[in-house]
Design a protein around this ligand. Structure first.
Ligand SMILES: Cc1cc2nc3c(=O)[nH]c(=O)nc-3n(C[C@H](O)[C@H](O)[C@H](O)COP(=O)(O)OP(=O)(O)OC[C@H]3O[C@@H](n4cnc5c(N)ncnc54)[C@H](O)[C@@H]3O)c2cc1C
Length: 256
């Protein structure tokens, strides 16, 4: 018989995985922080001294006031360590990220073999509220690019693929439509995936774990990690994940 699993029946059946409980929310509600970056070719004085230098030097949170988003829904971060020698040390980036992200992707198992990677569809910027705010973020990056302070540290500035270093030659003259197309193609995540076993009210079909992290409908099984976050926090996710672990460790300890 196929090994047992959780999650929507149809998806599991396709992957050859049997069923314990039919939880529609498993693998859904995948969230991350959509991000694009402006590349700087750094002047020698602005380059990191070596690979041990601090990589992210300055972060700015701001409220866009757009699309009904809340406070501090956006983040800009500047980084100047992308490698250990030569050209890589000349690379700097100022990234713009949607930190209150509404777009939802999906994670699906495709095989009963645990060694086979799942399929992940992030669908970043599929929610227009994210697209509108990242477009605004990039327009702010264009404005920054023209500031004398940026000219003081960079010989060249361009938009492009964040980690591959590709430069796409997009500038502030592009229309919103062209910019949106570029954003949908170039946007990457921040390694902050959460939400695929979201916590919620037991009667909500999207819920996977209850407020005690117990998987709905399964005795003796809890999920205690970043996947239970119903939304991606407006911050990097490590500390929230640690807090979830420590908090539940304390509560479980008390209940034994
Ligand atoms: C490249 C990268 C950079 C990041 N940078 C930052 C940052 O700067 N700041 C920040 O706040 N967040 C950062 N994050 C995000 C942060 O690391 C995660 O949100 C956080 O680690 C999630 O915690 P978790 O416990 O849910 O999962 P994980 O930390 O991934 O823990 C899952 C654990 O389960 C283990 N495991 C998996 N399968 C099995 C198995 N079958 N049996 C036993 N063990 C298993 C894994 O080895 C792993 O140790 C980064 C993430 C990545 C990938």
């Amino acid at each position: 018989p196929p090994p047992p699993g959780l999650g929507p029946w149809a998806a599991r059946a396709g992957a050859g995985v049997g069923g314990v409980v039919d939880l529609a929310g498993v693998g859904r509600n995948l969230r991350d922080h959509p991000t694009v970056g402006m590349h700087l070719k750094l002047r020698p004085a602005a380059r990191a001294g070596g690979p041990h230098a601090r990589r992210t030097n300055c972060c700015v949170r701001y409220s866009s006031g757009l699309a009904g988003a809340g406070q501090n829904g956006m983040l800009m971060a500047s980084c100047n360590v992308f490698g250990i020698e030569g050209e890589a040390l000349a690379r700097g980036v100022i990234a713009a990220s949607v930190f209150q992200a509404f777009s939802q992707g999906e994670l699906r198992i495709v095989s009963p073999d645990p060694e086979v990677e799942p399929v992940i569809e992030e669908r970043m910027l599929s929610d227009r509220r994210d697209l509108v705010r990242l477009r605004d973020g990039v327009r702010r990056l264009f404005a920054l690019a023209g500031h004398p302070a940026i000219g003081g540290i960079a010989e060249e500035v361009s938009l492009g693929d964040l980690y591959g270093g590709r430069r796409d030659g997009i500038d502030g003259s592009v229309s919103d439509e062209e910019l949106d197309q570029w954003l949908l193609a170039a946007c990457i995540d921040c390694f902050h995936i959460v939400g695929t076993c979201r916590m919620g009210a037991v009667e909500d079909p999207a819920t996977v774990v209850d407020s005690e992290c117990r998987v709905v409908g399964v005795d003796g099984l809890r999920v205690i990690d970043a996947s239970i976050m119903p939304e991606v926090p407006r911050a990097n996710t490590h500390l929230t994940a640690v807090m979830i672990g420590e908090h539940m460790a304390e509560r479980l300890n008390c209940s034994f």
